[in-house]
Design a protein around this ligand. Structure first.
Ligand SMILES: [Fe+2]
Length: 327
């Protein structure tokens, strides 16, 4: 199937992936994991919500944890280029059969919420309250020293249609995995707005479900240190995959699961993609180097499990991809 072409004049300007809202069962348990272990900075806390950010992020939050009866992914948030882009976004989604609405969000300016045609809850904003810069306040560097949210990865049951939809919003394809042979189907795609490998990735599978969110860490050594910390503080079983290096994106990675099962990737050392003539890289779906240049193959849970999306019932994928699974 054809990879989508780059579109340089999208209907509105998405700057980057910005934040995610997750429903969790026990806020104290989540705080112990995300703040005390991973090292995210707690910017604000109420009795039922935690707002966290990385040390590089001046925006108020990139991860919002809400105590919730349903353990689910509630919002994938994106920053827009201007206030006018909010109006343009609303018009675009309306014209495409969606129901955008402006909503109130703490610490954010005007915020547009919309469920995409595939059931993914999205949020767009231009302004968010800024907070003190922590990048050179090294006393705040804890855990894996998360710097910034980098991307989301979602299970997509109609992958080709969904990547075509997001390509029309200006997301540019950097790498993709495809079946071999004539008529081979794309089974995974990495698409960006901000100029690195991705803001949003799509994995063929029952969905929509959130596969993972990812935070950028300064170096591979920070990730190794997190492995030591998790292994010695009762979180050994929460280390699902890695550390290792991806073929796709070239990132050094570790995947961890929080006590509710939400998956976070700790990610570092991908590359720049902002050149307008940057052509996507094709990988054969059967090439094991694409997932793991080195390291253990991904376990079955990594292919099968993901966070439910609030308000949407997951649908079966249109096809089953023939992936390489650890034995
Ligand atoms: Fe990722």
């Amino acid at each position: 199937m054809p990879p989508p072409r780059h579109i340089f004049d999208p209907p509105f300007n998405i700057v980057r992936a910005s934040h995610v809202v997750l429903g969790v069962a026990d806020l104290a348990r989540s705080r112990a994991f995300y703040a005390d272990t991973l090292g995210l900075h707690v910017e604000d806390a109420t009795t039922d919500t935690l707002y966290l950010r990385g040390v590089e992020e001046r925006q108020h939050h990139s991860l919002v944890l809400e105590k919730s009866p349903s353990v689910s992914a509630k919002v994938l948030g994106f920053k827009l280029g201007s206030d006018d882009d909010l109006e343009r976004a609303a018009r675009h989604f309306l014209a495409n059969g969606c129901k955008p609405q402006f909503v109130e969000r703490a610490y954010q300016g005007r915020t547009l919420r919309v469920v995409d045609p595939f059931g993914v809850p999205l949020e767009f904003y231009f302004k968010m309250e800024n907070r003190e810069r922590l990048l050179q306040q090294y006393a705040h560097y804890k855990g894996v020293q998360p710097q910034r949210l980098d991307h989301f990865n979602i299970f997509a049951p109609e992958l080709q249609r969904q990547i075509d939809f997001y390509a029309a919003l200006g997301f540019r394809l950097t790498e993709y995995a495809e079946e071999d042979g004539k008529g081979g189907r794309i089974a995974a795609a990495w698409m960006h707005r901000k100029g690195n490998v991705h803001d949003l990735a799509f994995t063929n599978g029952d969905g929509p479900r959130l596969h993972h969110l990812a935070y950028w860490a300064p170096t591979a050594l920070n990730i190794i240190h997190l492995c030591d910390v998790m292994a010695s503080t009762g979180y050994l079983a929460n280390m699902e995959r890695g550390p290792g290096r991806h073929g796709i994106s070239n990132a050094f990675f570790l995947y961890v699961r929080c006590p509710d099962g939400h998956r976070t990737e700790i990610y570092t050392s991908d590359y720049q993609t902002m050149d307008p003539d940057h052509e996507p890289i094709r990988w054969s779906l059967r090439d094991p180097r694409r997932q793991t240049l080195w390291g253990q193959p991904a376990p079955k849970s990594w292919f099968d499990e993901g966070s439910a999306v609030e308000g949407t019932v997951a649908r079966e994928a249109l096809f089953k991809a023939d992936v390489v699974v650890a034995r």
